[in-house]
Design a protein around this ligand. Structure first.
Ligand code: ARG
Length: 462
């Protein structure tokens, strides 16, 4: 039996090579539940338009329910000859209802408006799943910050010691980035709540169907597409989703890179839990941060999914082109990868041990309190340009003598600058340096506590 939806004008069936090239059932099958939901909504507007009797609608709906069960338990599946999920499900319906009734459902719709609608539904569901998994990761970060409210660490720029910061402050910087990713997902979801169903192949339908009713039925809060050409041909919602997931992966990768460094013998800032690290097949002593490395690696893959997709979309003329069948695998992959990665990554962060003494010990190293000397001088009335020079000179003397800033003698301070009285030592402690940065967003314990409360509130509101 010819399952094609377009056989009428063809004398010959498709070649095997074409069938193989054309088939998408092996990846678009995951749209099946959405396709059936769309069919139910479509049957209802066909009935409203007088194109299905009440009895036909009931039998159609029963047939779709049966098909849904058979898809769910695996007793009905698509094949290569079906071409795509939409064709396969039409075959399934015809098998269950017979050609007379089964053949009525396709009126006024096209696979072009179907696929554009179902794809939105699928991605919107996964945006919510990802949002939930992201919230758990944010929770793990916030938990780390809360468990270490007063631990100082070396803050870095250029990976060089810069100024001491609170560990909680550093961790919350990552939480801020992730909360923007989560916000992007929510905003994308709202923007994508528009249904293309009813756009037909590109020009709309002559059958008096009601696209707004279908939209409401399928949970699209913002109604149906304002333009049927745009409805069937636009995929910016896919590209934007690919960007948001790639950006999220990049933000996770940045955390991963730090975990990998922190977990080295040289840093010794953290130890990973056994359940979230791996061993080596040859070196018995090894304990590797594979989760973090896979996170870093997968971010490259998600970036590739975004750029590949953009390249597919570039230069497509309106309206639907078959190129668009290439839009699904990249973002399905981005969903799959993130949904696999996030629980492992969250588990790794939630169970790692932080070595607070090691962090605290290194906080003042590398002359990271030099800025505090300069700012102390400014408070004494010295212009910053001069203060910067003087503090730099202090570092130079320390390097020459092999000592730390707080080990300079009163005489050495005085020799560097007459402004440098012994009282400068008051700012040469890590707690003093931290506490002094108490403005909004700063690293003082009071400022970080305020930030933590805000992030907590935010997470609760999501
Ligand atoms: N499987 C196609 C896709 O994923 C939808 C079918 C549209 N095909 C067509 N020949 N108009 O984009």
């Amino acid at each position: 039996q010819d399952v094609r939806l377009w056989g009428g004008r063809f004398a010959d069936g498709p070649s095997e090579a074409l069938e193989k090239l054309s088939a998408s059932v092996h990846f678009d099958w995951r749209l099946a539940p959405y396709d059936i939901a769309g069919s139910r909504a479509h049957a209802r507007v066909l009935h409203k338009a007088g194109l299905l009797t009440a009895d036909e609608l009931t039998r159609m709906t029963d047939g779709l329910d049966q098909l849904e069960r058979d898809v769910a338990d695996g007793s009905f599946t698509g094949t290569v000859a079906d071409e795509d999920v939409h064709t396969a499900l039409e075959r399934g319906l015809l098998e269950r209802l017979g050609p007379d009734l089964g053949g009525k459902l396709r009126a006024g719709r096209s696979r072009n408006d179907q696929v554009a609608t179902l794809f939105r539904m699928y991605l919107r569901d996964h945006a919510r799943i990802l949002g939930g998994l992201l919230a758990e990761l944010q929770e793990a970060l916030v938990g780390l910050a809360e468990a270490h409210p007063d631990v100082a660490m070396p803050g870095r720029t250029h990976l060089q010691h810069a100024q001491p910061v609170l560990f909680a402050h550093h961790v919350l910087a990552h939480a801020q980035a992730l909360s923007r990713d989560a916000e992007r997902l929510r905003q994308w979801d709202a923007r994508t709540a528009v249904s293309p169903y009813g756009s037909g192949a590109l020009a709309g339908s002559s059958l008096g169907l009601d696209p707004e009713a279908v939209a409401a039925d399928l949970g699209f809060e913002h109604g149906s597409s304002a333009n049927s050409i745009d409805g069937t041909a636009s995929r910016d919602f896919v590209a934007e989703f690919a960007f948001i997931t790639a950006m999220t992966a990049v933000d996770i990768s940045k955390i991963a890179e730090e975990i990998i460094l922190w977990n080295t013998k040289e840093f010794s800032f953290v130890t990973l839990h056994d359940a979230f690290s791996t061993g080596s097949s040859i070196m018995p002593q090894k304990k590797n941060p594979d989760i973090a490395e896979l996170a870093r690696g997968k971010s490259g893959r998600l970036i590739g999914n975004l750029t590949g997709l953009l390249a597919t979309l570039k230069a497509l003329p309106l309206a639907y082109n078959r190129d668009l069948q290439e839009d699904k695998e990249p973002v399905f992959d981005s969903c799959d990868q993130l949904e696999m990665l996030l629980p492992a990554f969250t588990g790794m962060l939630a169970t790692l041990t932080v070595h607070r003494e090691r962090l605290a010990e290194l906080a003042p190293a590398g002359f990271s309190l030099a800025t505090d000397i300069a700012e102390w001088l400014v408070r004494e009335g010295v212009p910053f340009r001069v203060a910067h020079e003087v503090a730099g000179e202090c570092v130079r003397v320390c390097e020459r003598e092999g000592i730390e800033l707080d080990e300079l003698t009163d005489e050495q301070f005085a020799a560097i600058s007459p402004h440098l009285g012994p009282r400068v030592r008051e700012v040469l402690t890590v707690p003093g340096a931290l506490a002094s940065r108490d403005g909004r967003g700063g690293t003082a314990p009071s400022a970080v506590a305020r930030q933590l409360a805000e992030v907590r509130e935010d997470l609760g509101a999501q």
